[in-house]
Structures are given as C-alpha cells and as structure tokens.
Design a protein around this ligand. Structure first.
Ligand SMILES: [Zn+2]
Length: 227
C-alpha cells in the first residue's frame, strides 16, 4: 500500500465512495482549509516538542534532551485517532489528528468517541495565521464510527524515535469563559433614579467645538445646572 497506488485517499477518484484501505497519516489543520473530524478515542496523548529546523521530540531534560540543553523553545503537541471528512470524495479518512497547544483547551473534557469537530486556522490577511481553533458540532453514535487504533507507531515514525511517551499534558491552563451581557442594560439608569451626569473635564476649545458638532450638546449646559 503506498501513495503511488492512489490508496491514501488523496488520489481517490471523485464520487468513488467505496471503502478502501489507506495508510494512516498525520492530519494537520491548514490555514483557510477547515477540517471536520470525528473522534475515535475517549482521550488523546501528548508530548513536548522543540522546533529545530523541524519539529523534534523532547526526551525530557532529565533524560539529557539535546534540544533542552540548547534552550530550544518547547511546544506541546497532542495526537488522537480520528476520521477526517473528505467531502469531495465522500469518504471518512482515518488519520492521526495533530492537536496544537491552542486547540487542546477547546477539546479538554469534551473529546470523546463519536464527537464531531469543526477545526480551522485563519489567515489574518497579513500573512500571519491564527492559532488552530475548534468547535464541537455534533455527536455520533460511538458504535457507528471506525474502531479506534493506536497512534503510537505513527507518531514514532513522525519524530523518527524508537519510543515515545505520550502522557504529557498540555501546560496551557483552561480558558476563562464568561458571558458578555448586552451593553444596553448597564447603559440604562435604574428606573426612577435619574443619575447625575458624570463630571466631565473641560475639553480644549478645538475638541469642544468638534464635540458640540457631533453630539449637539452645549458644553456650558453640561457643566451648568447638572441637567
Ligand atoms: Zn527537550
């Protein structure tokens, strides 16, 4: 089974939805190409990596990691067995999803077998990409999706290492999520209790003229009887 035989899904003919065997590869979310994935596992593994020409597996400082000694930047990466939607070919492609540090807090405590996720990474229009983001969009019957598989051999191959420890948690903390209230509520004074106007500093003459023009409120009145 190899790519030249067109067996990895990428070379599949459009609208040929017959099941086929593919070599499982690592799937990364790419800029401006959203992915839809189904979780096949109830959890995911992770490890620390360094960037040195390419991504390198961190053996751990205590194990004499070469890149730790060089003080190379450390980045967590996670891996999970998934099916990736290939909408064009109407196929679910088994793959190992690479989870970034930025994406993982979204998946935390919600990732379980059968959950369907929309994942994306935007381009800010100036050549800079956002962090990978994700949204839980659906949940399928866990019995209806592909049997899970061990990602370890695929991740070992990715980093060219004999053994790999995928038990490291993402060091990034939980996101703090609070609800934004409609601004109208705080802008309205409580009923029956007119609020005195906030004391305003006298604007410079030029600014005052502009303000008067914009809001049509004579500055003298504001500062006079406290209307
Ligand atoms: Zn290291």
């Amino acid at each position: 089974m190899n790519k030249a035989n067109g067996t990895n899904g990428t070379h599949a003919q459009p609208h040929d939805a017959k099941p086929r065997e593919i070599v499982v590869e690592v799937h990364r979310v790419r800029v401006n190409i959203p992915s839809t994935v189904v979780a096949l596992s109830n959890g995911y593994g992770g490890c620390i990596t360094h960037w040195a020409a390419r991504s390198r597996y961190c053996e751990g400082e205590e194990s004499g990691c070469t890149y730790c000694k060089r003080k190379a930047q450390r980045t967590w990466k996670g891996y999970a067995p998934v099916e990736v939607l290939d909408a064009e070919n109407e196929l679910w492609i088994p793959a190992v999803l690479e989870i970034t540090e930025n994406l993982e807090p979204e998946l935390r405590r919600r990732w379980r077998r059968g959950t369907v996720w929309q994942l994306w990474m935007d381009d800010d229009g100036r050549g800079k990409r956002s962090g990978c983001m994700g949204k839980l969009v659906n949940e399928l019957d866990p019995f209806s999706v592909l049997e899970t598989f061990d990602v370890t051999p695929i991740v070992r191959r990715l980093f060219h290492v004999d053994s790999i420890d995928l038990s490291k948690p993402n060091p990034l903390p939980d996101r703090i999520v609070r609800t934004a209230r409609p601004a109208k509520r705080v802008a309205e004074p409580p009923a029956g209790k007119p609020q005195p106007p906030a004391p305003a500093a006298e604007p410079a003459a030029g600014v005052r003229d502009r303000l008067n023009g914009m809001f049509r409120v004579p500055v003298e009145d504001r500062n006079g009887d406290g209307r």
